[in-house]
Design a protein around this ligand. Structure first.
Ligand code: SF4
Length: 650
């Protein structure tokens, strides 16, 4: 295996400029760095002013995207809730042609968001293919070298209209040419084959490919990678690896558009989302997903029952197994990498939710429960599980077995309904493995901290160590508008115990459809949770990152502290809010404690003193205290001194 570093800052920008010429008029501009854009003739703003504006625009964009138009707003205020639901269900449609040209907005790019970093690739030769594995290289100041970070931002400088390069097309074509009947990652792993996807993930994780293969073969890890999603940069999900973060995107019947959903996808992967779920329930579900798939460098998951309900005219009673099966195949053909299917919601589990405070809160879970109760029949997804596995095996779609009976509030955590479903998930997991289909299990929801360990222990035991994928959990219910924080607390806790994939929660949870800024807040909160979990698990890569930032902080390398952080622009904005001058970027203090009380500066002085006098820091501290004691005695050993004495001894 060879490994070559190649940094592509200039080539990606040149490529994007070349693309611009070939676009039709009115089409979107390719995603190029605003920093690299020439100023217009006659523009009176200096480059510095524009960069300052750009910096603020990234951290706090002025526009909000979920504002209803005035007519819609007043209609919503006039109608009652029931009438509104009826209205919305009529309004929903599938594959409604998009009105007019799509008008993709240029999002801030990698270089806008990470000004001190470079997008680089490691090149690896594997089975005759060259794999280009991305990473973020942070350039440090004062000869400190560089620091490399895992990167999920995807190819840059690519027009959303054209879609990302199909890097997996060659890998899949080789398997088709060989006539491989089964092409799932688990099948290959069980045969002892290290696929291109495994080698790619190994390079990203900086571990041996053989370890990834063995974990995938055992079912303890998955690489969600539909063979139709050739734009994918593979990622591994398992508790032996870096904890991953999922971002939910998707429109609703009330809000959003294709352009906004593609922008949310780009925005979430820029900030570090490892996977994305398109949970669209509004108009143009198929078309929205197509744009998302063709522009996603990360695995994309869906909850197919949502689109099924759309096709059934919003009427649960009209959903059939045939309609569901048709929807699975439609999404499989588009390249969806993992399906959330609530096959563990069994007829006998539903009465267990009767005395809950918030009943069944999962959309998919409630649809399946209603279908069960309508005819008093078993969940069709459970009954047709083997046929679902056939579809998943055909495309290598991973199953994310849904937690339709997850607790929707703290009072319902760890109850009989939740755990009955978890046990069924275990049975479905082992049946999937028997067909070489990759599986993860979804988990709660709302769980107080002291009840989290039981969730992890039971999942590992009952589901035979398949990867756990949890929504939060929210550690308390009392903070609507801050649920990215309440849930990140639970996510860090369960991640440290072994959860492999954390589904983010945004500040809009329980309140409304997230916009681009909410997506960023959710992803950053969950990157913190995932990294805290990695540290707790003793991941060496996680520890190195902390050490690099801590060192930069202690040495007052302010730019390095900003650039090594999850959100360099916001970190710098906060610093510059009080000390914007350039010399403050080398100052040995900030505005929090000021120059006289900067404890890190005082510690450095202590160390300098120790070095100068050839003593250790403890002796230096003692020497310093003895010196101060002598000084105290020399001015009369008085606690309060007059001003003249203070000035003389200062
Ligand atoms: S002034 Fe306080 S907060 Fe700022 S660098 Fe020094 S110790 Fe840290």
């Amino acid at each position: 295996m060879t490994c070559i570093f190649s940094c592509l800052r200039s080539t990606s920008l040149n490529a994007s400029m070349a693309n611009m010429k070939s676009l039709p008029s009115g089409a979107l501009a390719p995603r190029t760095s605003l920093v690299g854009t020439p100023l217009r003739a006659g523009c009176t703003k200096s480059r510095r002013q524009i960069e300052q504006w750009q910096t603020r625009a990234i951290a706090a964009p002025e526009r909000t995207y979920d504002v209803l138009d005035k007519a819609e707003e007043s209609r919503l205020q006039e109608t009652d809730a029931f009438a509104e639901l009826v209205h919305l269900s009529k309004k929903q449609s599938v594959n409604k042609p998009q009105k007019g040209e799509l008008d993709f907005r240029q999002s801030p790019t990698f270089h806008d968001c990470f000004p001190g970093s470079e997008k680089c690739y490691t090149e690896i030769e594997h089975n005759g293919s060259t794999l280009r594995v991305p990473f973020r290289r942070v350039h440090l100041t004062e000869d400190a070298g560089h620091f490399d970070l895992y990167d999920t931002s995807g190819p840059q400088g690519v027009s959303a209209r054209e879609g990302l390069p199909k890097i997996r097309a060659e890998w899949v074509a080789k398997r088709d040419a060989r006539g491989d009947k089964v092409q799932t990652q688990q099948f290959y792993a069980k045969q002892g084959v290290i696929t291109e996807e495994m080698a790619f993930c190994a390079a990203r994780e900086r571990i041996e490919p053989e370890f990834i293969r063995s974990e995938v073969a055992r079912g303890r890890a998955i690489i969600p990678a539909n063979k139709r999603h050739t734009e994918l940069e593979p990622t591994v999900v398992g508790r032996a690896f870096l904890v991953k973060v999922n971002a939910n995107i998707g429109n609703s019947a009330v809000s959003s558009s294709i352009e906004e959903e593609v922008e949310k996808l780009q925005w979430s992967t820029i900030w570090g989302a490892d996977t994305a779920m398109d949970l669209s329930t509004g108009a143009n579900i198929h078309e929205t997903r197509e744009w998302v798939m063709r522009n996603s460098p990360v695995p994309v998951g869906t909850v197919p029952i949502y689109q099924c309900l759309e096709k059934a005219g919003g009427i649960v009673e009209n959903i059939t197994w045939e309609l569901f099966r048709e929807t699975l195949i439609e999404q499989a053909e588009q390249g969806v990498d993992y399906f959330t299917i609530h096959a563990g919601v069994l007829l006998r589990h539903i009465p267990l939710t009767a005395n809950r405070v918030t009943g069944i809160v999962s959309r998919g879970g409630s649809i399946h429960a209603k279908l069960c109760l309508l005819d008093h029949t078993e969940n069709f997804a459970y009954m047709h599980w083997d046929e679902i596995l056939d579809i998943c095996a055909e495309y290598d779609i991973s199953l994310s077995i849904g937690d339709g009976l997850r607790p929707g509030c703290i009072a319902d955590a760890n109850d009989a309904a939740q755990f009955a479903e978890l046990k069924t998930q275990g049975e479905l997991t082992r049946r999937a493995w028997a067909r070489d289909v990759q599986v993860m299990n979804e988990g709660p929801g709302h769980v107080p901290l002291h009840k989290i360990p039981e969730n992890m222990e039971k999942q590992l035991d009952w589901c035979s160590e398949a990867p756990f994928y949890t929504l939060g959990p929210l550690a308390t219910d009392i903070a609507p508008a801050y649920d990215h924080i309440t849930s990140a607390i639970g996510a860090a806790t369960i991640g440290a115990l072994g959860t492999a994939l954390l589904c983010y929660v945004t500040p809009k949870e329980h309140l409304g459809l997230p916009n681009r800024d909410d997506v960023k807040a959710g992803v950053i909160a969950y990157k913190i949770a995932a990294h805290a979990a990695d540290l707790a698990k003793g991941h060496p890569y996680a520890q190195e990152w902390d050490n690099a930032l801590s060192k930069a902080r202690f040495e007052f390398r302010w730019y390095d502290q900003f650039n090594l952080s999850l959100d360099p622009v916001t970190a710098r904005l906060f610093h510059d809010a009080t000390l914007p001058q350039e010399p403050a970027k080398t100052a040995h203090f900030c505005s929090m404690c000021g120059p006289k009380f900067c404890s890190m500066q005082i510690t450095q002085e202590l160390r300098d003193y120790a070095q100068k006098h050839q003593i250790d820091e403890g002796q230096a501290a003692e020497a310093g205290m003895a010196q101060m004691s002598e000084q105290f005695k020399s001015v009369g050993a008085e606690v309060y001194l007059d001003e003249a004495t203070v000035e003389v001894n200062a």
